[in-house]
Design a protein around this ligand. Sequence first.
Ligand SMILES: Nc1nc2c(c(=O)[nH]1)N[C@@H](CN(C=O)c1ccc(C(=O)N[C@@H](CCC(=O)O)C(=O)O)cc1)CN2
Ligand SMILES: NCC(=O)N[C@@H]1O[C@H](COP(=O)([O-])[O-])[C@@H](O)[C@H]1O
Length: 216
Amino acid sequence: MSAPCNVVVLISGSGSNLQALIDDLRAGDTPARIQAVISNRADAYGLERARAAGIPAEVLDHKAFDGREAFDAALIERIDGYRPDLVVLAGFMRILTPTFVRHYQGRLLNIHPSLLPRYKGLHTHQRALEAGDAEHGCSVHFVTEELDGGPLVVQAVIPVQADDTPESLAKRVHVQEHRIYPLAVRWFAARRLQLGERGAMLDGQPLPATGHLIRT
Ligand SMILES: Nc1nc2c(c(=O)[nH]1)N[C@@H](CN(C=O)c1ccc(C(=O)N[C@@H](CCC(=O)O)C(=O)O)cc1)CN2
Ligand SMILES: NCC(=O)N[C@@H]1O[C@H](COP(=O)([O-])[O-])[C@@H](O)[C@H]1O
């Protein structure tokens, strides 16, 4: 059995993706262990989720630092205390500096609520509805310096319904997020997923530009 994959999860809010990871890894058949959860916001409900699961939960308030570089340097020091093999952004709402990204290059994942490269940034559901898209979804990608521009690992595609609102769309996207993020973490923990020179690789083969596509 391969050595356990130490995971540190960064959050800013509710932590439903964190909960999906906790629940999936609780099954115990994956060599991954969430060693800590760190939030930049003290009011993140995800901290309660971590504590309820017996996982160390910490707050590092970005407002307590003089700029992004100082915050990211402190965040690196706090994360590295857990000797992570993988850092997972799960609703972490801070843009990370090149210093941070380079430090965790190839072992830093994010989940984004759109079919990247469409709708990088924020307010993705609203933007998809305003554009009249027939399909929407979510993406797991390796994090690079380019915001939401990193190589795609896996995407889930859902149909947009005529009566969808940003809230109803977000709810159906969340369901898919809770499927694909645990899948990506399992692949990484099993040493099946790597970031190669030309993008994401699964089982030694390049993934397509869309990543592994799941149509619901
Ligand atoms: N260098 C990178 N940093 C981050 C990435 C990335 O791909 N590269 N992904 C984001 C996650 N994210 C979307 O998936 C995202 C998070 C936050 C923002 C943003 O504009 N944040 C503002 C503050 C917003 C707030 O506090 O509510 C900011 O940092 O000024 C955009 C996209 C995580 N980081
Ligand atoms: N750009 C980053 C972004 O918007 N991320 C999104 O924040 C939500 C966090 O939910 P959670 O806290 O319940 O996991 C998720 O929908 C995630 O895709």
